[in-house]
Design a protein around this ligand. Structure first.
Ligand code: SF4
Length: 119
């Protein structure tokens, strides 16, 4: 996994720390009404849109994790961040942080329901 939700938020904050002062600085160069448009375009293009694209890419990357792994059926798995809350690690298709020892059913499943998973 190349992205994490924390990394996406951190990247957006860094870009905002660059873009917002830049937009503020541009205020002295532009007419006020034009400045609003330019500022909004800068914030959207420099902060919001890249974060949306990164988040979409992240969702595509974690989709197999959310459906086809042992962690996907575990109570400790946070689906939105693809994170094991117990170990504070990101499982992958080849890596289960607990090795299956701490798996707990997320809902009404039983251990027998999940015999098909290889861990
Ligand atoms: S406790 Fe184990 S099975 Fe459950 S999410 Fe964490 S690593 Fe996956």
């Amino acid at each position: 996994m190349t992205q994490t939700t924390g990394g996406i938020v951190f990247g957006a904050l860094i870009r905002a720390a660059i873009v917002v002062p830049l937009a503020w600085w541009a205020r002295s160069w532009l007419d006020y009404q034009l400045w609003w448009l330019v500022g909004a375009a800068l914030v959207y293009g420099g902060v919001i849109h890249p974060a949306i694209v990164q988040y979409r890419r992240f969702r595509e990357e974690v989709e197999p994790l959310r459906t086809g792994t042992l962690c996907a059926s575990c109570a400790h798995f946070d689906e939105t961040a693809a994170l094991c809350m117990k170990y504070d690690e990101h499982p992958t298709l080849d890596y289960v942080p607990c090795g299956g020892r701490d798996w707990e059913p997320a809902s009404e499943g039983t251990y027998e329901d999940y015999d098909e998973y290889d861990y």
